[in-house]
Write a protein that binds this ligand. Structure first.
Ligand code: PMP
Length: 399
């Protein structure tokens, strides 16, 4: 009798399943738009120059690999805070901000969720409809009941703002609200800054707990601009959770570079909160790994490398924007009657294309173009070699 006899097969991850199908496809012109990764115009995951230089300097230094502090590298955490809250944050000066290096944005969400379960065991978590698919699973596994709030409006390819706000107004106090601070995954649809201000007001007035997830800072309008929502909440003097990720912005997916930042109401509180957060980390994985965090810290804290990174990040952002514009233009040129201008308003790597799951199936089966069943495409996987083919293929399934 095996110990594992009654273990059921878990459903397979839909996006990883799509990748397997893509890899098994032998058609030469196949295109994978199902991924969640930035590719350059050559179709490769870039290794940024700023990262390469920092890595070279690090190898050169022959640094030992002792354990890091439980909360990670001080320069890394400081750098992450500065990107989120700016150079001269009064909250940072007042000792009300604490940051722990985390295993990617996912790791930041998880230690945040575990700590929240400790302090708000009876609260529910609300995520956007739709959201990054791991949000629900992660908070459920941390022991929470997860509900959704209205977000995307398929009819307008935009935001269902009134319904979203009404949902926040109806939530019980201390509900944990997960918000995508920029570049919403999977839709690409973000509230305007005016809408964000109203969202922040309602969340504060209703005494809800904001958990801002920012995995694409620098992919929307720019590093500073994309932090506007975080700063807007911070200015309203709310205690909150922020998970941030450098996976995309540094193209360091496999290094697991993220951070959890908490804003407390006093320096004294920060000390107590950090001590508890460290227990959560200690009992999960003890302390974070050295390599990726050191590289990111070097880039964030060396002016010359920082400037290089800002330029490289801008180039990634501009390339995505150019792909959005070209896709819309090429669809028009193919005679597509539907208006795709909404793609230009979307931000970040993803676009809810409006394609139905039947159309997505036909794109894959008839043309070898892979997208997620929801119609989500990764705009960052388009390039000058595949975009004409993708536009033609989409035109054919829409005809
Ligand atoms: N949050 C959102 C909204 C994401 O899209 C992602 C990554 N796709 C993450 C968090 C997790 O990021 P990481 O890969 O750094 O764990």
């Amino acid at each position: 009798n095996s110990l594992f006899e009654s273990v059921e097969l878990a459903p397979r991850d839909p996006i990883l399943g799509l990748n397997e199908q893509y890899n098994a496809d032998t058609r030469p012109g196949k295109v994978n738009l199902g991924v969640g990764v930035y590719y350059d115009d050559e179709g490769r995951i870039p290794l940024l120059q700023a990262v390469r230089k920092a890595e070279e300097a690090r190898v050169e230094a022959h640094a030992a690999r002792g354990y890091l502090p439980i909360e990670g590298i001080p320069g890394y955490n400081k750098g992450a805070q500065t990107l989120l809250l700016g150079e001269n944050s009064p909250l940072v000066a007042a000792g009300r901000v604490l940051t722990a290096q985390a295993l990617g944005g996912t790791g930041a969400l998880k230690i945040g969720a575990d700590f929240l379960k400790q302090i708000l065991p009876g609260s529910k978590v609300a995520i956007s409809n739709p959201s990054w698919e791991n949000h629900r699973a992660l908070f459920e596994r941390a022991g929470f009941t997860v509900e959704t709030y209205p977000y995307y409006d398929a009819a307008t390819h935009g935001l269902n703002f009134d319904a979203m706000l009404a949902a926040f107004k109806a939530m019980p106090e201390e509900t944990i609200v997960v918000l995508h601070a920029c570049c919403h995954n999977p839709t690409g649809v973000d509230p305007s800054l005016e809408q964000w201000a109203r969202i922040a007001d309602v969340i504060k007035a209703r005494n809800l707990v904001p958990f801002l997830d920012i995995a694409y800072q620098g992919f929307g309008e720019g590093l500073e601009q994309d932090a506007a929502v975080v700063r807007m909440f911070a200015e309203r003097d709310m205690t909150m959770f922020i998970s941030s990720s450098f996976s995309k912005s540094f193209s360091l997916y496999g290094e697991r570079v993220g951070a959890l930042t908490l804003i407390t109401s006093s320096k004294e509180e920060s000390g107590r909160v950090l001590s508890q957060l460290k227990r959560v980390i200690r009992t999960n994985y003890s302390n974070p790994p050295t390599h990726g965090g050191t590289v990111v810290s070097m880039v964030l804290n060396t002016p010359e490398l920082f400037a290089l990174w800002v330029d490289e990040l801008a180039a990634m952002r501009e390339r995505i924007r150019s792909m959005r514009a070209q896709l819309v233009e090429k669809l028009k040129a193919q005679g597509v009657k539907q208006n795709f201008d909404f793609v230009l308003q979307q931000r970040g790597m993803f676009s809810y294309s409006g394609l139905t799951s039947d159309q997505v199936d036909r794109l894959r089966d008839e043309h070898g173009v892979y997208a997620v069943a929801s119609g989500r495409i990764c705009v960052a996987a388009l390039n000058s070699r595949n975009i004409d083919y993708v536009a033609q293929s989409i035109a054919k399934v829409l005809a």
